[in-house]
Write a protein that binds this ligand. Structure first.
Ligand SMILES: C[S@@+](CC[C@H](N)C(=O)[O-])C[C@H]1O[C@@H](n2cnc3c(N)ncnc32)[C@H](O)[C@@H]1O
Length: 258
């Protein structure tokens, strides 16, 4: 029997590349979480930790972290990264199936992964995983371009892969965060949204490797994916061979209501 690939589970197919090529998160994210929380957390849970790019930043908060990650290959890279760090524990599980500690954690964080957790249950499960007054922190990148590149890129997608042409090339903040869920939930209060903006240069081959780690690209049939990537390579090469990615890291914060 051939099993059908599920989009939330394709990251492990390229776990090593993912770890190499995906941009990490600015350490300011941890500073901002700390400033919002008002005190250092005693315990952190991280949802969808992947290979540990968010974990690295959360680790600067100097508290024990339980990383909840369902994909064995992603968890393998994560384990290698933190094998000698007694503050990092790994649970190979979906967040939906993970039993949180009875007293809850002070900080529940998720980097670029919250959108993969069931939207029907995630807000309730987050509240249940948090200690009273605990903080949820969701962060993720928006992979943007200057206006001219954005238009040219959009046209390439419309020609070769129109089904993923919206939010080119990956997920934009609103799709990743669904901020209204937390903003309007009676289970949470003190909603805040912040951003950190950087420009990250990607030479053509590295940019193609980055795209190959995006789940919407991985789900394209191979031939169409190559055609799309060839056209994107041509576009970047025609503009000097380096893409200046406008990387906006969004951060959403809310507190478990009393
Ligand atoms: C885009 S990656 C983000 C990984 C890492 N946090 C980062 O920022 O690089 C999304 C991660 O969410 C994980 N994931 C998918 N479904 C999940 C679920 N239901 N619960 C927890 N994690 C999930 C995937 O296995 C993957 O490692």
């Amino acid at each position: 029997m051939v099993s059908e690939r599920v989009q939330s589970q394709v990251f492990g197919e390229v776990a090593t590349d993912y770890d190499d090529v995906r941009p990490g998160y600015p350490v300011e994210i941890a500073d901002r979480i700390l400033a919002y929380a008002g005190r250092r957390p005693a315990a952190i849970a991280e949802v969808g930790a992947g290979t540990g790019k968010g974990t690295e930043v959360l680790r600067t908060l100097d508290a024990p972290i339980t990383c909840v990650e369902p994909d064995a290959a992603m968890a393998g890279v994560l384990r290698r990264r933190f094998h000698d760090d007694e503050f990092v524990a790994i649970e190979v599980s979906r967040f939906e199936d993970w039993p949180p500690p009875a007293d809850g954690v002070d900080l529940l964080a998720s980097a670029q992964a919250w959108h993969w957790v069931s939207h029907q249950t995630r807000t309730r499960l987050a509240a249940e995983a948090l200690a009273p007054g605990g903080v949820i922190a969701l962060f993720a990148h928006d992979f943007g371009f200057d206006e001219d590149t954005a238009t040219a890129m959009q046209n390439v997608y419309l020609k070769h892969a129109p089904e993923i042409a919206h939010g080119v090339p990956a997920n934009l903040h609103p799709d990743v965060f669904h901020p209204d869920e937390l903003r309007t939930s009676p289970l949470f209060s003190d909603f805040e949204q912040q951003e950190v903006i950087r420009v990250v240069p990607f030479p053509t081959p590295r940019y193609l490797r980055l795209l190959s780690t995006f789940s919407n690209h991985r789900m394209l049939p191979e031939q169409r994916r190559s055609q799309l990537h060839e056209a994107i390579a041509k576009l970047i090469d025609g503009r000097g061979g380096v893409l200046h990615q406008q990387l906006t890291t969004g951060l959403i914060l809310a507190r478990r209501a009393a």
